[in-house]
Design a protein around this ligand. Structure first.
Ligand code: LLP
Length: 419
């Protein structure tokens, strides 16, 4: 629900320039309506089968977002004790939180047992042994699903592909049955399901289909081995359009139909962990053009947002659509520009050779599809304050994370007594 109205880009019924004026730039702005409608695509698609949508909170874990999704019936996929605590602070009961992650510490496992998470997605034999010891020694029983690495190429960027045998995630398919056998014998564990996740920003259904079919086979095998598999967590990964191609991407409805077709017969409770699909389109990063500078054969728009605020282009070469807040005239000839931040490295670039309507210093731009893996990955590089976040609902907005003061940032350093 980001759209031009009366010549100005709006989030729902709020003018984005009004938010920029009130909160300053750079600032992330989220549309409640987008989050809610993207979430509902999954609920509608999975109607008729027993399921829980465990929103991957790593994509955007602002508590206001968690509270919004919680109200729509969401569960959460957490990957650290910090995320579990955050979900709980937003009001999520333990029974709606699954705990994933390839390197959970003993302290985190203990904390998750205290919270009473829905289940642990265990990624290795040593983790299984550690969880068993911790649970048994405190007289508790940990509900467990084991994450299988199905050795399927998700066809996505190599930095966010997780389901190939060469990736660090999960237990190899060839060893899964053996690991379940061990799990069944260890004290303090109760097997409840099977888990997988093959990668992120997956833009075709074929890798999902291959993974779901493999999961269905495995569930059948594990049941034949005598295990009670009542939950199947198929992870997240459904990709979104960033506006860089006209290709028709599969939507949540198609994804859910595939899921119904390949998995409904198992009569498991199906869990999915979408992050980007729900959060990505729901956010923009607003930035001000500081300078327009003519380089040697290139025109640069230097903006006040930087790679530390939105890392995706610097890390993955990701393409994000960028729009002026003031609607450009339709007859304006576009100019080719590089849109860059103020940080002292060339990777601090949001767009290269991008066709933009003529843009001057002082104008405001919106970097689109920045609701997922934006604010959560921000850092304070160059002693730049973490970007604030604003949530819009209909005609109102609220700052849901404030911009820290530089004094607060500096005050975290501790001077040793010998200096
Ligand atoms: N479940 C697990 C176990 C995951 O590791 C992830 C993402 C998800 C679910 C959610 O995947 P999604 O539905 O959002 O694709 N920073 C990168 C993305 C990293 C994804 C990591 N795992 C980016 O900006 O593209």
């Amino acid at each position: 629900m980001f759209h031009y109205l009366d010549g100005q880009l709006h989030a729902e019924r709020v003018r984005l320039s009004e938010i920029a004026g009130a909160a300053g730039t750079p600032v992330y702005v989220y549309s409640s309506a987008v989050f809610a409608s993207r979430f509902r695509e999954f609920t509608e698609g999975l109607a008729g089968i027993d399921h829980l949508i465990c929103y991957a909170m790593k994509a955007n874990s602002n508590q206001a977002i968690l509270r919004l999704l919680l109200g729509l019936g969401s569960g959460f996929d957490a990957v650290s004790a910090g995320e579990i605590e955050r979900a709980a602070a937003a009001g999520a009961p333990g029974g709606r939180i699954v705990f994933s992650g390839v390197g959970k510490t003993g302290t985190e496992l203990r904390q998750a047992l205290d919270t009473g998470v829905r289940h642990f997605n265990v990624e290795s034999e040593p983790e299984l042994a550690m969880l068993s010891e911790i649970a048994a020694s405190s007289g508790r029983v940990a509900p467990v699903a084991i994450r299988v690495n199905p050795d399927i190429d998700a066809g996505t960027h190599h930095k966010i592909s997780t389901g190939k045998a060469e990736n660090k995630f999960g237990v190899p398919v060839s060893r899964v049955r053996e690991v379940y056998r061990q799990a069944a014998q260890l004290p303090g564990l109760r097997i409840v399901g099977l888990d997988m996740h093959i990668g992120s920003q997956i833009t075709a259904l074929a890798p999902f289909e291959a993974a779901f079919r493999r999961a269905a086979e495995l569930v059948a095998q594990l049941r034949a081995d005598g295990h009670r598999i009542t939950r199947l967590d198929v992870g997240g990964g459904l990709g979104i359009s960033y506006g860089d191609s006209d290709a028709q991407l599969p939507d949540a409805g198609q994804y859910c139909r595939l899921l119904q077709r390949t998995l409904a017969h198992l009569e498991c409770e199906i869990e999915i962990e979408p992050g980007r699909y729900i959060a990505g389109p729901g956010g923009v990063l607003l930035t001000t053009v500081l300078y327009a500078k003519q380089g040697e054969g290139r025109r640069f728009l230097i903006v006040d947002a930087a790679m530390n605020d939105l890392h995706r282009t610097a890390i993955y070469g990701a393409w994000h659509d960028i729009q002026p807040l003031r609607q450009p005239r339709t007859d304006a000839d576009p100019e080719e520009v590089d849109i860059v931040g103020p940080v002292c490295e060339s990777s601090d670039t949001f767009a290269r050779g991008r066709a933009m309507p003529p843009t001057q210093a002082g104008q405001l731009l919106a970097i689109r599809s920045a609701g997922a893996y934006g604010a959560v990955m921000a850092s304070e590089y160059n002693t730049r304050a973490l970007v604030p976040e604003v949530l819009v609902q209909d005609d109102r907005f609220a700052v849901v994370r404030s911009r820290p003061s530089i004094a607060d940032i500096i005050a975290r350093d501790i001077m040793p007594d010998w200096l």
